[in-house]
Ligand binder design. Sequence first.
Ligand code: PA5
Length: 425
Amino acid sequence: MINVTYSGNVQDILTDDKKETLKSIHEGLYAKNGEGNDFLGWLDWPSGLSEPFLNDIKQTADEIRSKSDVLIVIGIGGSYLGAKAVIEALQPYFEKNPNFEVLFAGHQVSGAYLKQLMAYVEDKEVALNVISKSGTTTEPALAFRFLQQYMEDRYGKEADSRIYVTTDAEKGALRTLAEEKGYKRFVVPDDVGGRYSVFTAVGLLPIAAAGFDVEQLIQGAKDAENELSSFDLDQNPAIRYGAIRHQLFEQGYTNEVLATFEPKLNFVQEWWKQLFGESEGKDQTGIFPISVVYTTDLHSLGQYIQDGKRNLFESFIVVDEAEEDLEVFEKENNADQLNYLAGLSLHEFNLTAYKGVSEAHLSGGVPQIGVHVKKVDEYHLGYLLYFYMLSCAYSAYLLGINPFNQPGVEDYKTAIFKLLKKPGY
Ligand code: PA5
């Protein structure tokens, strides 16, 4: 379903030593006895999903859509990026969703954003889905403080049936609040970390509310779970991608540029940056993830990628089939001198541009990886996101890193809390 290509020779990477290391990573993953094994719930989550759970998600999404025009999703990091990535990839560019909108809050701290959001939804019926695994993260908690008040002022007691909470089963301030108010709750499983949670209620409820087919999304993830679980180094693209990027890192290519010609995948790139950056960037090591959308960025960062410091490799998400297309037509006077393109579709243009850019960057000393996916729909997105999560686990373990914690993000929080004189800091 996914094909990984590489400008070098994969067989050179897969030395006997590397194969042995990969084998032991594979065994540790599937026996669930490696480092961070208490956060491996995502590995077999798609196949373990129960029908009643999926029905609950779909019914709740229908309920939200039937009584509201807008769902505001409050969350940050892994509690926001998965849903945002899938929704952005699937919704049209314009007239995003004429009958129902999913908007996001709590992923930054901007008074202007929140004020304008509340003004924007004033003449619309609103529901809230507040998502926080810990139930204590400051940015979403702050946004929820304002939006909960807004809902109570506007709807009175009815607000309680318009607020949906996704959090830990037992712990956290949000859990307590939800219990007190009787909000409908969904659980973030203990053994699934934020950036691996897109197939739990964290991602599924907003995606279903946006009107997309969560069953197809899960089917894609399920097929990926099944097909990528074998230890076949020639066939398994998840292991290949993890092994190639690690090899490049060892050769001094410490930055990975994730490129795409599909602007709609922009938030898949953001999700990918969080997944790999937060999973691997520890102990003064890890590949730094960067993203570009082409051809837009060929006219900005393209210069650096072609000619700048040689510590980059590039990986492309290449989409084989376009959802919609246009064909260049012949013009009588050929004033723009584009008749030579007549008959070519814009998607074909992009596929050719991919080949050209890839060749040019390779000749400039930037190794090239291609991650080829058939199309952008629910099924293939489910497959792609699962593929990246699994690759990330291999890649981080190759570095000797536990992919599932994020000790570094506590330091900035402590510094802010001290300045704000939070009790206990
Ligand atoms: O991947 C992660 O674990 C983080 O990015 C979290 O998702 C993020 O910090 C938000 O945490 P929480 O869901 O507890 O509010």
